[in-house]
Ligand binder design. Sequence first.
Ligand code: C2E
Ligand code: CA
Ligand code: CA
Length: 356
Amino acid sequence: GDQILMTVGSRINAAVAQDVEAVARIGGDEFALIQSGDSGADAAAALARRVASIIATPVEVGSNTVSLRATVGISMYPDDGTDPDHLIRNADLAMHRVAQGQGEDYRFFSNDMNNDAQIRLDLETDLRRALDRQELENFYQPQYDIHGMLIGMEALVRWRHPTRGLVPPGQFIGVAEDSGLIMPLGDAVFRRALADIADWRNRGLPVIPVAVNVSAPQFRDGGLIDRIRAALDTHGLSPDALELEITESVLMADHVGAQGFLNRLSQEGFRIAIDDFGTGYSSLSYLKTFSIQCLKIDRAFIADIVEDGNDAAIVRAIVTMTQALGIETVAEGVETTAQAAFLRSVGCSVVQGYLC
Ligand code: C2E
Ligand code: CA
Ligand code: CA
């Protein structure tokens, strides 16, 4: 890491020394450049592109070649700030807005970003309060097998907001993940789910497993399994009461670490489902190395399954493959009887969606 930073630092120095006032490393992997004079936005953009391309040239470290990518945020004096603190903070906001993976290298700061940042901060404060006041609720979406038997449910969290009404997770899970609030939030979801299962059981209803969604930060948290275990013990439930849904992008981000963690979960008796299958940058080889019980076909493939021959072919192939591997398939987002009939005809074992 140190070697890479030194190489990058000296490359930037050598390439831009004549054009800038100062180059500095201001954080772990963050550098700041000050360009002075009346150089204007065009010159700033040209500098950003140049720095990005210098950094994109692979770095040799020992016998390894490391590829790096720079993202650049630009703030302009005096419009975006009249003191160093504001200029740096706004450049930082712009830097974090550079779209990942879309070939974009730099962004200029705009006032919207400040507003957005404020909105996110307010949302975080509000969400923290919501957790204390227990405003989060689990909704359960049923999963049916081909005989129409209820065989599972997915817990989908909702925020019953005092003024905004029922807020869907898409509007707050991202902020929860970035702020770390996903830990207490995720714990509340599986605790609620287990309490509900115990309540249903005590009323004489069968114990049906509940699937809970596990975000990347939860997945990396070493204490997760112990906390789930403690909650299971409280209600006298075994691990097969829960299914943990993990998206394939989370698994692929650290597939070596993921493999160890999944093995441990499966040794402890937990069921694992791969969520949103087909949308991440996945490698099919993980299907044989990871211990998973279930694969959920993303609803993007289900939506047009009746009309679109390609979607139909992909789903048929996924079902055939998972059957051969002894893994269950769940089709997500099933909305029509025609979709359900097609899925049944190709042998997809479980459906979930607004139809049910
Ligand atoms: P997901 O895990 O892929 O959940 C499925 C989403 O599709 C849900 O949206 C569900 O309401 C929606 N859906 C279900 N059936 C249909 C259908 O037939 N048609 C259509 N168009 N949509 C359908 P929801 O509840 O808004 O959840 C969105 C995402 O938020 C979830 O996607 C999941 O990634 C995340 N999420 C939800 N609850 C939790 C949670 O407790 N923890 C974490 N970490 N993430 C959660
Ligand atoms: Ca899910
Ligand atoms: Ca999904």
